[in-house]
Design a binder for this molecule. Structure first.
Ligand code: FE2
Length: 369
């Protein structure tokens, strides 16, 4: 752990931005199926000749879906290489210039130099550094003591909109997982430690996460305040191809594997998502017979969990409920986790085995095991 706990002055996750082939249709999917409200828009109608973006908001989760309007835009290259995927994990910081300068001093590679973004609502300061693959971290500050201030709904250039989705109850981003190449997990954990001042929150080795066929290793990096948790996965040697290798084969570089959305009542959230057509991974029904012995007393009805396919795990401090979507695009890459914590600070280690057997079944169907 570095001496200084928050060297860059990170405050929280500001938003996640995806480059997608058709942002208009992504907007419809995230609104109609995931219950996000279209809270902002930038595009030709707002004077943006480069890109179209929709800001999709549900409680404290902000997802931006962007499509470049020309093949010359670098985002078109991102889509060509990766398919739809996460480009930017953006952090709100106290001072974007300080965060950027400090990150560069600590060894980060510059992506975007500090600059003003301005519209009629005021000015925001933004800069960015590179992280794994073609992913970046933006630093965004609203009021950094240099006289910048911003009254708009999100970022300059976005017109406020209010096209409501039916809220399914997701509240905030609990964690974002990155998949990196074999042998590179420690390199990227060191990057988050040295550059961002994160520390190792939990480590899982291939003993924890392996089936007969495949394995992976994972280290959860966190900021000191536990507002930003970023597990980093790498594949481990197994008899067959691991899900991380499958991801890397299709995403082509390291990148964001899944985004975990925290909710307060997972039974109600997953009921709504399933009614809306979101597809989830399922484990065998026999999994549910073992819950009382493995986890102990829980508030939820096990029949509800079984009907919906929700998984349970526990640590010394409590339990958690979780479920994973199938990939949300045609390449088997990015997916979402829906998560509820009841004291438990873990990531579902007790579910890894059952889950990976079901992921392997999906991989086998795709001819990728
Ligand atoms: Fe997760």
């Amino acid at each position: 752990m570095t001496e200084e706990k928050n060297p860059l002055g990170l405050k929280k996750i500001h938003h996640l931005e995806f480059f997608v082939g058709n942002a208009k249709q992504a907007e419809f999917y995230y609104r109609k199926a995931f219950g996000f409200t279209r809270a902002g828009y930038t595009g030709l109608e707002t004077g943006n000749r480069e890109t179209t973006s929709y800001l999709m908001r549900q409680n404290r989760v902000n997802l931006v879906f962007t499509t470049p309007l020309s093949p010359d835009h670098f985002g078109s290259e991102h889509i060509k290489t990766h398919g739809d995927g996460v480009y930017d994990i953006a952090f709100q910081v106290e001072d974007a210039d300080h965060a950027y300068n400090e990150a560069i001093k600590r060894g980060a590679k510059s992506a975007i130099e500090p600059h003003d973004m301005t519209d009629e609502n005021g000015t925001v300061r933004r800069a960015a550094i590179h992280t794994y693959g073609d992913t970046i971290h933006s630093f965004i500050s609203y009021n950094n003591g240099n006289g910048h201030n911003y009254d708009g709904t999100f970022l300059p250039g976005f017109a406020a909109t209010d096209v409501k989705g039916e809220d399914v109850g997701v509240v905030l981003v609990d964690h974002m997982v990155g998949n990196v190449e074999l042998g590179k997990m420690n390199h990227w954990c060191d990057f988050y430690r040295d550059v961002l001042g994160f520390y190792r929150y939990i480590t899982f080795d291939d003993e924890d996460i392996s089936t007969e066929y495949s394995a992976l290793m994972s280290i959860v990096m966190s900021d000191g305040g536990h507002n930003i948790k970023m597990p980093i996965n790498e594949p481990a040697e197994g008899k067959k191809k691991s899900q991380i290798e499958e991801y890397l084969d299709y995403y082509k570089t390291p990148g964001v594997q899944h985004i975990a959305l925290l909710c307060k009542d997972i039974v109600s959230t997953v009921e709504k998502l399933q009614a809306n057509g979101i597809e989830f991974l399922r484990v065998p029904d026999s999994y549910y017979a073992e819950i009382p012995e493995r986890v102990g007393e829980i508030d939820e009805n096990i029949e509800d969990l079984k009907r919906l396919g929700i998984l349970v795990d526990c640590d010394e401090e409590g339990y958690l409920l979780q479920i994973f979507t199938k990939p949300v695009e045609d390449r088997p890459t990015v997916f979402f986790e829906i998560l509820q914590r009841k004291g438990c600070k873990g990531f579902g280690k007790g579910n890894f085995k059952a889950l990976f057997v079901s992921i392997e079944e999906e991989q086998a169907k795709r001819g990728n095991l």
